[in-house]
Design a protein around this ligand. Structure first.
Ligand code: FAD
Length: 321
């Protein structure tokens, strides 16, 4: 009866959020006196999956059906449910990503499971009850939730747990859930690649620009700083609305949620809808020429100044790091 961890892959690599989920799953397995097994689907090599041993995963069930290279909700849920059945897993760990959210609710219905999303703590286990803490109200508060169903699904918030680095490799076992054509009938026709090498939702550092940058011709400031720091680029909603930047870079309530270790906001006012997507960042640095900009209240460090003067200096400094 192992703990089952769902692994997401991108560009042939295990996503950082899944390394965190794997570490979390191994710790839960230890609490329960059992082992952690992972299920991986899609575009990744067996070699890369073996490295999950470093996060305490003993075995990986790998479905490399070519039809599942990109995320297909129904089919992924079927594969995960089949893996849970094979392993008699009563505890399933997901990452709190867009894919994790899409899978979680569907899987919970299918397995009559208790589901907790946005989880920020290891469970307190008492008999058949798992008590976990989850972020609510866009990360402004926490709620304790009891998971009491026989099967429990926990979606772990990004950047909640340090990725484990143990010695050892996982064994990889081919696995198939015998999918039918109907399972893959609704599949993505095209996947639009994001700009830059670093996936925004997974990034450790994010450099983000707002309307204060005046126009797309000034975006080299964001890009150059991001390049010097090895960061992903992001933007506020109005910037994407007027096509200065693509919509997949827009963070906030109606865009992507990010939880990097460092979020640098340049010329962004800090409206509540923007903060909803970034306020779980570990460190927030705000550059704004208005000392009354609301973002300063959420910032760990603030620079009151003109972005066109401050950012080139930061780029030079970052290049010399
Ligand atoms: P502005 O509010 O125009 O702020 C620009 C800032 O740049 C100002 O603070 C100004 O002082 C500063 N500035 C100007 N010049 C300079 C300079 N030279 N140097 C330094 N600083 C300078 N917004 C999001 O971002 N994400 C969302 O998901 C989102 N969802 C929304 C959902 C709803 C339902 C609604 C109603 C709104 C949503 N918004 C969202 C919009 C949000 O309310 C704000 O309007 C938006 O975040 C403002 O973007 P901004 O900070 O880039 O622009």
């Amino acid at each position: 009866m192992s703990v089952l961890v769902v692994i997401e892959c991108a560009n042939g690599e295990v996503k950082k959020s899944s390394l965190e989920a794997a570490t979390y799953g191994s710790k839960v397995a230890q609490q329960m006196g059992t082992t952690a097994t992972a299920v991986a689907i899609g575009d990744i090599s067996e070699e890369n999956l073996k490295h999950l041993g470093a996060q305490g995963i003993k075995k990986v069930l790998f479905d490399n059906d070519a039809r599942l290279k990109n995320f297909v909700n129904l089919a992924y849920v079927k594969v995960i449910a089949a893996a849970a059945q094979k392993e008699s897993s009563k505890v399933i760990i997901l990452s709190n990503t867009n894919i994790g959210s899409a899978i979680g609710s569907r899987l919970a219905v299918r397995l009559s499971a208790s589901l907790a999303t946005n989880v920020v703590s290891l469970p307190e286990i008492s008999g058949n009850t798992f008590k976990v803490k989850r972020g609510v109200y866009s990360g402004k508060a926490f709620a304790d939730v009891n998971l009491t169903a026989d099967v429990k699904i926990i979606a772990v918030k990004k950047n909640t747990i340090e990725v484990g680095h143990e010695a050892g490799e996982a064994t990889v076992e081919n696995f198939s859930a015998s999918l039918t054509d109907a399972d893959v009938a609704v599949a993505p026709k095209e996947v639009i690649q994001q700009t830059g090498d670093i996936l925004l939702p997974e990034a450790d550092i994010v450099v983000s620009g707002g309307r204060g940058l005046k126009g797309p011709e000034n975006w080299h400031l964001v890009e150059d700083l991001a390049k010097a720091l090895g960061a992903a680029t992001a933007c506020s909603k109005p910037v994407a609305d007027v096509d200065w930047r693509p919509h997949h870079e827009h963070v906030g309530q109606t865009g992507i949620t990010v939880s990097p270790n460092l979020y640098i906001a340049i010329g962004i006012s800090g409206a509540i809808q923007h903060l909803a997507g970034v306020n779980s960042s570990k460190v927030i640095v705000v550059i704004n020429k208005d000392p009354e900009a609301p973002f300063f209240k959420a910032a760990d460090y603030g620079i009151v100044g003109d972005a066109f003067e401050v950012v080139p200096k930061l780029i030079e400094a970052a290049k010399n790091l």
